[in-house]
Design a protein around this ligand. Sequence first.
Ligand SMILES: CC(C)(COP(=O)(O)OP(=O)(O)OC[C@H]1O[C@@H](n2cnc3c(N)ncnc32)[C@H](O)[C@@H]1OP(=O)(O)O)[C@@H](O)C(=O)NCCC(=O)NCCS
Length: 161
Amino acid sequence: MDDISIRQAVPDDAVALNRALGQLSSDMGDAHAASVADIARFCFGPSPVFHALLAEDADGDIVGLAAFSPFFSTVYGSVGMYVSDLWVAEQTRGRKLGQQLLAAVRAFGLEAWNANFIRLGVYHNNPKALAFYERIGFEPTADTQFMTLAGMAYDALGEKQ
Ligand SMILES: CC(C)(COP(=O)(O)OP(=O)(O)OC[C@H]1O[C@@H](n2cnc3c(N)ncnc32)[C@H](O)[C@@H]1OP(=O)(O)O)[C@@H](O)C(=O)NCCC(=O)NCCS
């Protein structure tokens, strides 16, 4: 793993970051609506909503990424990091880079906000990733159901003001 280094993404990485995120979407069978302009605005703009760490090989190619956002938990009384995206390039998998990316997220959160936990969502149909997280020590949040408000229901809420 000496040939791969992990660093914080900078504005010049917007294209490569969106390409890597697009590869993750493709690997997951998901749509990918995010544009480079979205990445530039939401990761590097004046009011960023996520942070990104990149794993770069000796040729400067991006072979892994972690995207995350801090949030405050009144239950924990501390900040946690919500990891929205974790991806390692197919040819690099199984070399512990995924684990190192999560360790780098932890270090970033500890330094920036004294964060002391990480939360993320994993698809039920992704047993390999589930096993990967469980081996690190993640536990399912069995008492909570992830809920999403989007589309027409999201718009309709605006009319209830
Ligand atoms: C999940 C993922 C980030 C793990 O990264 P990694 O660098 O391969 O992880 P590590 O080397 O630290 O751990 C390897 C373990 O990850 C798991 N794993 C998950 N998906 C894997 C894959 N496609 N190939 C190899 N291992 C995979 C295996 O349990 C493996 O364990 P093993 O070595 O005993 O077989 C990476 O495999 C990946 O990007 N997968 C596709 C995208 C994805 O599922 N992201 C998570 C979305 S929630």
